[in-house]
Design a protein around this ligand. Structure first.
Ligand code: NAP
Length: 429
């Protein structure tokens, strides 16, 4: 029994692991030539420990019943229905490829960007390598206080020396080397207690080599019986005082942007001060302040996008599903179609959260035990269409090349252009 897993991020690999344990064969498809999704293109370059999870995925891929089909795009090279004809199950693990908006005036001014694009850019994602961010600005706002906001703020505050030893994209390293950013303002709309970041990520902000963390004492008062929240308050309240470092990272709470101001590009951010309601939501007080900034990154969450021919819940931005089984508008199960990860439940949780999520879906695949109507191998279809798919051995060759390009001083220098990757692999014999 063969299953097609679409998407090679953490969820795809956890699903593959489970399926292989249950004696299925797995063909994993990804539209990029390289696997690992957000582990390669989302995890911050200065967080190599988090990336070490790749060793587990490599082991999974070693299984002889596993095949990788990189550079194969759903909708372009193969359709969902063509997969459903060939596999016992098609498991969609495509993640959340877009971003949420704030819905305020000025959001589309030049200089206002989704943080997700900045992240994909500095991580060398082929779709985002051509972007540019005006790092000649001295003051930058990062809206949101989740872990992505923390990543963006931290990368903006890192010294070139700190970034040099990472796998950050070469062009991003160059751009950040000459960055004029001196002040970064991270803005939370609710209180410190409600912030979405986690404690280890917050602690890192208190110990940056090149940036002082600046807090407002009145915004970090509080305590909690919840251990994690109590720890958070302790981290905030015992953060070292400013040391006169070159950059300042201001972390603010209880403020919401109401407008990005500027005539032809971002010149500032109008904020309203909030108070918390009884159910801990942000409520504007009517008190405003203006923050002059030249660059705004909104880091208010990722957002899933629909896949051609797959039922989509446009309100929740996820594939319509019940426990991982894809359902159509009438609520009827679509045979042999399943989903897991962010595109199933929304963009929340850490890498490990996707393991139980994938398991729930794989359990449904096993329970349903459907057989495919046809048995033509995917390779025949792709060959007939002239698709140059990338195998896992191909990827391993690319991986080796990237590491070699690192020259021993950097973990790797990533290929960031698709044609560069395919060219490096050559034409299949
Ligand atoms: P997130 O954790 O959901 O945080 C989103 C933030 O945006 C929250 O602070 C939220 O505030 C705020 N927000 C939403 N709408 C807003 C608006 N209109 N105006 C102002 N603020 C607004 O999302 P994320 O940071 O994108 O992270 C996604 C997931 O990846 C998370 O589970 C995260 O932990 C994970 N991740 C983990 C790591 C790591 O482990 N190091 C790194 C990166 C990402 P409210 O709470 O008020 O809605």
């Amino acid at each position: 029994m063969k299953v097609a897993v679409v998407g090679s991020g953490p969820t795809g690999f956890y699903a593959a692991e489970d399926l292989l344990k249950k004696d299925y064969a797995v063909d994993m498809l990804d539209r990029l030539p390289c696997p690992y999704g957000l582990v390669r293109y989302g995890v911050a370059p200065d967080h190599p420990k988090i990336k070490s999870v790749i060793a587990i995925y490599e082991k999974i891929a070693d299984n002889p019943r596993f095949r990788f089909f990189g550079n194969v795009e759903l909708g372009r090279d193969v359709t969902v229905d063509e997969l459903r004809e060939r596999y016992a199950a098609v498991l969609l693990c495509t993640g959340a490829q877009s971003d949420r908006r704030m819905g305020i005036p000025g959001e589309d001014l030049p200089g206002s960007h989704p943080a997700t694009e900045f992240v994909a850019w500095y991580n060398g994602h082929p779709d985002y390598r051509h972007l540019s961010f005006d790092l000649s600005q001295e003051r930058v706002a990062v809206v949101g206080v989740g872990n992505v906001a923390v990543d963006v703020a931290r990368i903006l505050c890192r010294t070139p020396e700190e970034l040099e030893g990472t796998d950050i994209a070469d062009y991003a390293l160059e751009a950040l080397r000459s960055s004029k950013v001196r002040e970064v303002w991270m803005l939370g709309r609710r209180g410190a207690e409600q912030a979405a970041f986690t404690n280890p990520e917050l602690r890192e902000l208190t110990a940056l080599e090149g940036a002082d963390l600046i807090l407002r004492p009145d915004e970090i008062q509080g305590s909690s019986t919840d251990k994690q929240i109590a720890k958070r308050f302790e981290i905030l309240q015992t953060a070292p005082p400013p040391r006169g470092l070159a950059r300042k990272l201001h972390l603010r709470f209880l403020v919401s942007p109401v407008e990005i101001t500027g005539s032809s590009r971002v010149e500032g951010l109008r904020l309203v001060r909030n108070r918390l309601t009884a159910d801990f939501q942000a409520e504007p007080t009517g008190e405003y302040e203006d923050l002059p900034v030249g660059l705004v990154f909104r880091s208010v969450g990722y957002r899933g996008v629909p896949l051609a021919g797959v039922p989509f819940d446009a309100r929740k931005h996820v594939i319509s599903n019940v426990g991982g089984r894809v359902v159509d508008e009438s609520g009827a199960v679509v045979p042999r179609l399943y989903t897991a990860g962010w595109i199933k439940r929304g963009p929340s949780g850490v890498i490990g959260t996707n393991k139980p999520c994938a398991k729930e879906t794989v359990d449904k695949v096993v329970e349903d035990a459907l057989t495919p109507p046809g048995s033509q191998d995917l390779t025949d279809l792709l060959s007939s269409r002239g698709v140059r798919w990338v195998t896992f051995d191909d990827w391993k060759a690319l991986d080796k090349l990237e590491v070699a390009r690192g020259g021993g001083t950097r973990p790797r220098v990533k290929f960031t252009a698709l044609d560069e990757m395919i060219e490096a692999l050559g034409v299949r014999a």
